[in-house]
Design a binder for this molecule. Structure first.
Ligand code: SAM
Length: 240
């Protein structure tokens, strides 16, 4: 089965110290093919090349393991889209309990199809908006790790994420490109949300050495109940 994976992807798995079972490799290959197939009918991703799916979606998702590794974890992926980064992380970490939160119904249909087709337990796809679900007690302050890739600016991402994170938990935000101004706003927003930037980790995996980094924030105290504000309030006056 691993012959279906490119040398660069296998090298990336090696660099992350990931030794996958044949079932996990089979699941990744199935996911890759289903994503490209569904993408001809439903707008899931701008990436249409199978090698790019492996590197820019799967390996990029798995790069979060360079910042965090624990066998049992409750992870929330906000704005998961076609499952990134949450679903590849679930495939390689079967004991994790993963919630994929996504606002677009067609993408949620794809996520639910994948969860069933891959036979995964301990993962759910929720159709909703981060700023609304965050006020539900079952989800508030209850995740060990919260992540979101390519969803919003840092300040908004922190406002979405902090309410879901337990005290002592982490918010891991993959970013790339020039961030000086965005990071300064994000740090100011973080103070109001009970969060602090803990580390800034460069990602240097095959095909991904283009200025990607993981911004790792620690939830130091409970996020105040007034956050997140409504989407309209966030758009009108971003924190920071
Ligand atoms: N995270 C995926 C990735 O990296 O491939 C998808 C990124 S896509 C550019 C952003 C996704 O976030 C979209 O699917 C959108 O529907 C979702 N989204 C945006 N705002 C959201 C919100 N407030 N709550 C939940 N999902 C949201």
């Amino acid at each position: 089965m691993s012959e279906n994976l490119s040398a660069a992807f296998v090298e990336g798995l090696h660099e992350l110290d990931l030794d996958l079972s044949s079932q996990q490799i089979e699941q990744l290959v199935y996911y890759q093919q289903a994503l490209l197939d569904w993408n001809t009918r439903v707008n899931l991703t701008a990436i249409t090349d199978s090698e790019e799916v492996l590197l820019k979606h799967f390996l990029d998702s798995l790069s979060l393991l360079a910042a965090y590794r624990a066998p049992d974890t409750r992870l929330l992926d906000i704005g998961s889209g076609a499952g990134f980064p949450g679903l590849p992380l679930k495939i390689v970490s079967p004991r994790w309990r993963v919630t994929l939160l996504e606002a677009t119904g067609k993408k949620v249909n794809f996520l639910r199809h994948m969860i069933e087709a891959l036979g995964l337990d301990g993962v759910e796809a929720i159709h909703g908006r981060a700023e609304e679900l965050a006020h539900t007690p079952a989800y508030r302050a209850s995740f060990d790790v919260v992540t979101a890739r390519a969803v919003a600016s840092l300040s908004s991402l922190l406002e979405y994420s902090a309410p879901y994170c337990r005290v002592g938990g982490l918010i891991i935000l993959p970013k790339k490109g020039e961030l000086t101004e965005e990071l300064a706003l994000g740090k100011r927003a973080a103070i109001q949300l009970g969060t602090l930037l803990k580390s800034d980790i460069p990602v240097k995996l095959p095909g991904l050495a283009d200025g990607r980094r993981l911004l790792v924030w620690e939830q130091q105290k409970l996020c105040p109940a007034r956050f997140p504000r409504s989407g309209a309030a966030m758009a009108k006056k971003p924190l920071g």
